[in-house]
Design a protein around this ligand. Structure first.
Ligand code: ZN
Ligand code: ZN
Ligand code: ZN
Length: 86
């Protein structure tokens, strides 16, 4: 019996959506990098994801939420920012 590799699967999963936010909506740096105030990516500069599914570097979001203009809203969709774990 011959083993055939199903290449269709490989092709369809390859086609992921690059429009999806891969950049922090605040500092516009990729999530695999750090926020502007951190040097090393990883646990020291975690990501935070809101109920609205927007993700940011935690430090960027905290800084944003301390500004008066934020009003506690998500900077992307202007909905009240709540983390998914709240
Ligand atoms: Zn950021
Ligand atoms: Zn950081
Ligand atoms: Zn949002």
């Amino acid at each position: 019996m011959k083993v055939t590799i199903n290449r269709w699967n490989a092709v369809s999963t390859w086609h992921w959506d690059h429009a999806q936010e891969e950049l922090c909506g605040i500092c516009r740096v990729a999530f695999e990098g750090t926020c502007p105030t951190c040097k090393y990516p990883g646990d020291d500069c975690p990501l935070i994801i809101g109920e609205c599914k927007h993700a940011f570097h935690m430090h960027c979001l905290l800084k944003w939420l301390t500004t008066e203009s934020s009003k506690g809203l998500c900077p992307m969709c202007r909905r009240k920012f709540k983390t998914a774990t709240d």
